[in-house]
Design a protein around this ligand. Sequence first.
Ligand code: NAI
Ligand code: AKG
Length: 387
Amino acid sequence: MFQINCLNPISKVGLDRLTADYKVTDNMNDAEGVLVRSASMHEMDLPENLLAVARAGAGVNNIPLDKCAKKGIVVFNTPGANANGVKELVIAGMLLAARDVVGGIEWVKASKDNADIAKAAEKEKKKFAGTEVMGKKLGVIGLGAIGVKVANTAVSLGMEVYGYDPYVSVNAAWNLSRSVKHVMNVEEIYADCDYITIHVPLLDSTKGMINKEAISKMKDGVVLLNFARDLLANEADVLEALQSGKVARYVSDFPNPTTAGQPGCIVIPHLGASTEESEDNCAKMAVEEMMDYLENGNIRNSVNYPACDMGVCSQAGRIAIFHKNITNMLNQFTAVIGEKNINISDMTNKSRGEVAYTMLDIESAATQDLVEALQKIDGVFRVRVVK
Ligand SMILES: NC(=O)C1=CN([C@@H]2O[C@H](COP(=O)(O)OP(=O)(O)OC[C@H]3O[C@@H](n4cnc5c(N)ncnc54)[C@H](O)[C@@H]3O)[C@@H](O)[C@H]2O)C=CC1
Ligand SMILES: O=C(O)CCC(=O)C(=O)O
């Protein structure tokens, strides 16, 4: 029986996939698996029995990835599962910046007791007039699951779209409309675009990338859209640019004391992925990845360990070893197993950066003695008996 703890509400469609071998617990300390959305895990003590964390979503900046890796805790996310939900809200955000729909709606609310509201509206509406997005230039920074969808939809709205992503995947490139202009230098986007939208992960290298210097290279009256993470922008610099008129609007999906209620800011309460469809897709994917890992040791869509798939174990035993990606580890594992007179019938060894994952199918069940001997090898983080 595996115990699963949910740190945020997770869609029932996902949780319904858990079989009778799983129990949902309110106590994280009892859990082998944690399902999470945006809750921050950085300050949490990670229980010794915790084997996996599945993020029902894309961004993993709320999870201590390296700490988990060194404890042999596999962290998963659900690439692309909420991309359409976010794309639709980005397009809505762009339209809200182009047309003062919000101001207009507020005026109607404030005028609700005016019997002549229809006549007054015809007089007042010029205050809320805007521009169209067709024919305008949109720069998309980050052409992953969301960026590609935003770029393609903007093309179909008649926009001239520029895309920048120095690490674009082959799959993303295949899915990108041929009408999107491939930009090699982000400064081209800054110089030319009327709208700029960012869709990159929050990393040390991307934090604060939209700052005073970047903004100074942009067109006057540019509209900035941030549906990725607030810390990607230096928002104090953005506010200054809004005051000077350099930036016309800042649309963000991340409310905080800096931007909430500020003139020129259109701030949404992190609703990008809050659709029934995105929540269901993410929950299903997260639960399935976690189950395959807990039951079989297979790793799909991890953000801190390499992918590994040995199917369902048909042998007497299966052992998973989490270790440093250094020389001579496999020799030591096979030597220890050989000394115990156990035959290995299948094995996989995969690495990712500084860590590696080795899975071995063995012809007799793993003993405590074997696990302890493997655990003692220098560089091993964790030994897990999968079967
Ligand atoms: N508002 C919301 O509810 C949601 C927000 N997000 C945020 O959006 C981000 C992107 O999500 P996805 O598109 O699903 O992720 P993804 O991993 O599919 O795409 C990210 C892309 O950014 C690119 N990239 C990385 N560093 C870059 C740089 N310096 N310059 C240009 N491109 C760079 C990568 O090559 C990749 O193609 C997530 O990391 C998350 O923070 C994601 C889902 C929902
Ligand atoms: O779970 C959510 O609503 C947040 C989605 C998100 O920000 C992400 O997937 O990165």
